[in-house]
Write a protein that binds this ligand. Structure first.
Ligand SMILES: NC(=O)C1=CN([C@@H]2O[C@H](COP(=O)(O)OP(=O)(O)OC[C@H]3O[C@@H](n4cnc5c(N)ncnc54)[C@H](OP(=O)(O)O)[C@@H]3O)[C@@H](O)[C@H]2O)C=CC1
Ligand SMILES: Nc1c(N[C@@H]2O[C@H](COP(=O)(O)O)[C@@H](O)[C@H]2O)[nH]c(=O)[nH]c1=O
Length: 364
C-alpha cells in the first residue's frame, strides 16, 4: 500500500481538519493526538475524551471527541466519521483517553459500538470507574484486543476534578461570577443588574442550558428575584431547562420567579456536601452555581468548585459586596490557586462584548 493513500478509506476529512500528517504514528503519538482531540471538548457532567483510529500501519484514519453530556462519545464520534467515509475498520486500532463506556446513558454504550464496528484493538489510557465502567471486559469478551495504561496519569490529570466528583458521587460543579474590575458583585445598596453586558450574560445562559441544575443562595433569591431560566440572545427559552435550586434555611416566597414552572427545588441546608448529595440523588451531574458570594464562597472553601467562569466588566465601584468572602486564608502560601483552562469549546480567555471572561480550573 502506498504511504500517501488512506488504507481502505474513502475519506478522512476530520483528520485533515486537525492537520494530522499522513504518515505512520507510534502508539504514543496516536494517543497524544487523542488527548489533543479531547481538549476540543467541554467540561461538565461528562469527562473530556478523545479517540483516534489508526490503520494497521499506524496512519491516523479518523479522530473523534466528546462535545459534552448528551452528545456522541468520542469513540462513537470517530466511528460515525468512519461510517460517513465508508472506512473499513477491520485491522484498525482505536486509541482512546478513557476506557470505553459500557452503559446506556443518554447515548448507547461505546463498548458495543466498537465491537460492532470491527475495530481489532483498543488502547485506552485510564479506566472508567464511574457507573459506566466495564467496557474493557465487554470488549475482551467480544474478542477485541484491549490494552490499558498508555499515558494513564495524563488522562487522570486531564479530568482530575471529574474523576473526583464521580468517585464522591456528587455533581461536577461549575461556578460563574460576574464582577467589576475591582472585584465587587453588587453595589452597597445590593444592586447588581447589570454588571456585565448582554453578550457576557448570553454566554452565561449557554452554561445554564448545558447544566442539569442552577443554584443560588436564598440571599440572591430575596435580593434579585432571579428567574434562573436558560434563554437565548432574543430572550426565548432554550428547549432544555435546568432544575432551579435555592440553597438556605429561609423560606422562598410563593411568588418568587424561581418557583415558576415545575423545575424548582429548595434545599434547606447550608452544608454544600449535603446539598450536592441531594442533587446527585435527583440525577444532577453538572451543577452551575450563579452566586451569590456567600454560597460561592462556601463551595470554594470546601474545595467543591471544579471549574470557574469569571466575567469581569470594566466598571469600578470602590465598595459593595466582594465576589468572594472569607475563605479562612491568612497567608499567601494558603491561597487558592487556579489555572487558565484553554479548551476548544470554552477558551481560557476571551473578550465578550465589552467584558473579559476567564475559564479556570483548580490548581491547588
Ligand atoms: N454579580 C453576580 O454574579 C451576582 C451577584 N449577586 C448579588 O449578591 C447579593 C446577595 O448576596 P448573598 O446574600 O451573599 O447571596 P447568596 O445567594 O450567597 O445567599 C446567602 C444566603 O444563603 C444561605 N446559605 C446557604 N448555604 C450557605 C452557606 N454555606 N454559607 C452561608 N450562607 C449560606 C444563607 O441564608 P439562610 O439564612 O436562608 O440559610 C445566606 O444568608 C445580591 O446583591 C445579589 O444581587 C448574586 C448572584 C450573582
Ligand atoms: N448581576 C449579574 C448576574 N447575576 C446573576 O444572574 C441572576 C439573574 O438571572 P435571571 O433573572 O435569570 O436573568 C442573578 O440573580 C445572579 O445570579 N449575572 C451576570 O452574568 N451578570 C451580571 O451582571
Amino acid at each position: 500500500m502506498s504511504p500517501s493513500t488512506p488504507a481502505r478509506c474513502k475519506g478522512n476529512s476530520n483528520v485533515h481538519t486537525m492537520n494530522i500528517p499522513w504518515e505512520p504514528h507510534t502508539p504514543e503519538e496516536a494517543m497524544q493526538l487523542a488527548f489533543k482531540a479531547a481538549r476540543k471538548g467541554i467540561r461538565g457532567g461528562n469527562p473530556l475524551v478523545g479517540a483516534v483510529i489508526t490503520n494497521e500501519e499506524g496512519y491516523v484514519v479518523h479522530v473523534g471527541y466528546h462535545r459534552g453530556a448528551g452528545t456522541a462519545h468520542a469513540e462513537a464520534d470517530a466511528i460515525a466519521q468512519a461510517e460517513l467515509a465508508d472506512t473499513d475498520l477491520s485491522d484498525t486500532t482505536m486509541y482512546v483517553t478513557l476506557e470505553p463506556c459500557n452503559h446506556f446513558g443518554r447515548t448507547g454504550p461505546c463498548s458495543h459500538a466498537i465491537a460492532e464496528s470491527g475495530i481489532t484493538k483498543v488502547v485506552y489510557a485510564h479506566p472508567d470507574m464511574s457507573d459506566a465502567e466495564g467496557g474493557a471486559q465487554y470488549l475482551r469478551e467480544q474478542g477485541v484486543l484491549v490494552e490499558e495504561g498508555l499515558f494513564k496519569n495524563e488522562s487522570f490529570l486531564l479530568n482530575e476534578r471529574w474523576f473526583r466528583a464521580s468517585a464522591a458521587k456528587r455533581p461536577f460543579v461549575t461556578a460563574k461570577v460576574a464582577s467589576t474590575l475591582d472585584g465587587y458583585i453588587a453595589a452597597e445598596d445590593g444592586t447588581s443588574q447589570w454588571i456585565t453586558g448582554a453578550e457576557a450574560r448570553s454566554l452565561g445562559h449557554k452554561i445554564r442550558e448545558r447544566s442539569d441544575a442552577i443554584m443560588v443562595g436564598t440571599g440572591t433569591v430575596l435580593a434579585d428575584n432571579p428567574s434562573l431560566s436558560a434563554r437565548d440572545e432574543a430572550g426565548n427559552l432554550y428547549e432544555r431547562q435546568p432544575l432551579r435550586v435555592a440553597l438556605g434555611m429561609r423560606d422562598v416566597p410563593d411568588e418568587a420567579m424561581i418557583r415558576s414552572g415545575d423545575n424548582f427545588v429548595h434545599l434547606r441546608t447550608r452544608d454544600p456536601h449535603e446539598g450536592l448529595e441531594q442533587l446527585y440523588a435527583l440525577g444532577v451531574r453538572q451543577l452551575m452555581i450563579e452566586g451569590g458570594p456567600a454560597v460561592v464562597s462556601a463551595f470554594l472553601k470546601a474545595d467543591l468548585v471544579d471549574e470557574l467562569f469569571w466575567y469581569q466588566a470594566p466598571i469600578l465601584l470602590g465598595s459593595g459586596s466582594t465576589a468572594v468572602q472569607d475563605l479562612g486564608i491568612t497567608t499567601l502560601a494558603d491561597a487558592h490557586r487556579w489555572a487558565i483552562d484553554d479548551l476548544g469549546m470554552t477558551p481560557g480567555t476571551q473578550i465578550v462584548g465589552s467584558d473579559f471572561r476567564v475559564h479556570l480550573i483548580p490548581n491547588h
